[in-house]
Ligand binder design. Structure first.
Ligand SMILES: C[S@@+](CC[C@H](N)C(=O)[O-])C[C@H]1O[C@@H](n2cnc3c(N)ncnc32)[C@H](O)[C@@H]1O
Length: 340
């Protein structure tokens, strides 16, 4: 995370023209929209980069990042200008919702052989993804042996290295329940950090179900399948309204019907979206519609009782219609029909 330093007033200055050139470029690359109020922050953070690349001014730096020779520096600039603030169990009511309303069904589906995918988009140093992981493993300790995985992505390569490392200072673990703190970290015997150094690592069970990848949310997404849960919190607050809207639409498309999107408490999905979501609480949205179920061919044409995770989770009797995709071995995907 980039921190403000004790800079001198002169280091907080940047010409308006240089600021606008840099701000426009950052916006084009990442969606991050810097208002004039961020001028001092930009000057302070980029002066360190000016020194690092051996240039004499922010004007020369703005020239560099607009030239082919500056391609490698762009990544450094993005890292310097992004805000990585995060913590475990941030916006705890959403994790309580995930724990009580979402995860039980996902665990049942994973145990029934279904593919279950969760995505922490803009994961920073990993606390959000691991906070999902605690609940996944609470409900499904055998998750690593099932097709249940958490993908966590960010644009900032350096912060992703920290996330993958999964090592945290004891005080960063303070928001966690004693159970999660004890269960999902590799504590030295007797909990004495003096013997392991200042950082405590997440345990292998969490690592086995979590993958971190570099991804700019504005780029093409390389996913083959959809997600059951997407968490994208405190990322779009830095974007302009148009980029936010585009992103909400893409998340909607990338969710399974019945899937849940969590956004930050200070983020909104404005009504012009308009997306077929049920708003379930602060920053919690469920995509309407029935999901595909994987059932054996012997159910075709019959009415069966299934547990569904649509907008009205319940056990209902539905008819299984014709296969949607071709049979895959013994099982195929069938659309569940009926008013879910
Ligand atoms: C403030 S952190 C939020 C972390 C976490 N989601 C949370 O709520 O605690 C925002 C993260 O979004 C990432 N980010 C910003 N723009 C991005 C983009 N265009 N694509 C992917 N990640 C981006 C930043 O690198 C940063 O790590």
């Amino acid at each position: 995370m980039t921190q403000m330093t004790d800079e001198k007033p002169s280091e907080r200055r940047i010409d308006e023209a240089d600021f606008l050139r840099i701000a426009k470029h950052l916006h084009r690359l990442t969606g991050i929209y810097l208002t004039a109020a961020k001028r001092a922050m930009v000057a302070s953070r980029l002066r360190q980069r000016v020194k690092a690349v051996g240039l004499g001014s922010l004007t020369a730096y703005a020239d560099l990042i607009h030239s082919p020779a500056g391609a490698a520096e762009l990544e450094e600039m993005i890292q310097a200008l992004t805000t990585n603030m995060t913590r475990f169990d941030r916006e705890a009511t959403q994790f309580a919702h995930f724990d009580a309303e979402v995860m039980p069904d996902l665990a049942a589906r994973a145990r029934a052989g279904e593919r279950v995918r969760l995505w922490s988009a803009g994961c920073s140093s990993g606390e959000e993804a691991y906070s999902l992981g605690f609940r996944v493993l609470d409900h499904c300790p055998e998750a690593a042996r099932l097709d249940l995985r958490i993908l966590a992505t960010d644009i900032d390569r350096r912060i992703l290295e920290r996330a993958t490392g999964g090592r945290y200072a004891p005080e960063q673990l303070a928001p966690l329940s004693p159970l999660h703190r004890a269960r999902y970290f590799d504590w030295p015997d007797g909990g004495d950090v003096a013997t392991t150094g200042p950082l405590i690592g997440v345990d292998d069970a969490l690592r086995a179900i979590t993958a971190f990848r570099l991804l700019n949310l504005l780029s093409e997404w390389p996913f083959r399948g959809r997600f059951d849960v997407i968490m994208c919190r405190n990322v779009t607050i830095y974007f302009d309204a148009e980029t936010q809207l585009r992103l909400w639409r893409r998340f909607f498309d990338q969710l399974e019907p019945g899937g849940v999107l969590y956004i930050g408490h200070s983020e909104v999905i404005r009504s012009e979206a308009p997306l077929d979501f049920d708003a379930l609480g602060a920053g919690v949205f469920r995509k309407r519609g029935a999901r595909l179920a994987r059932v054996g061919p012997r159910f075709v044409g019959r009415s069966v009782s299934v547990s569904v995770s649509g907008s009205k989770p319940a056990c209902q009797t539905v008819a299984i219609a014709a296969p949607v995709t071709g049979a895959k071995g013994r099982f195929a995907e069938w659309r569940i029909e009926g008013d879910l």
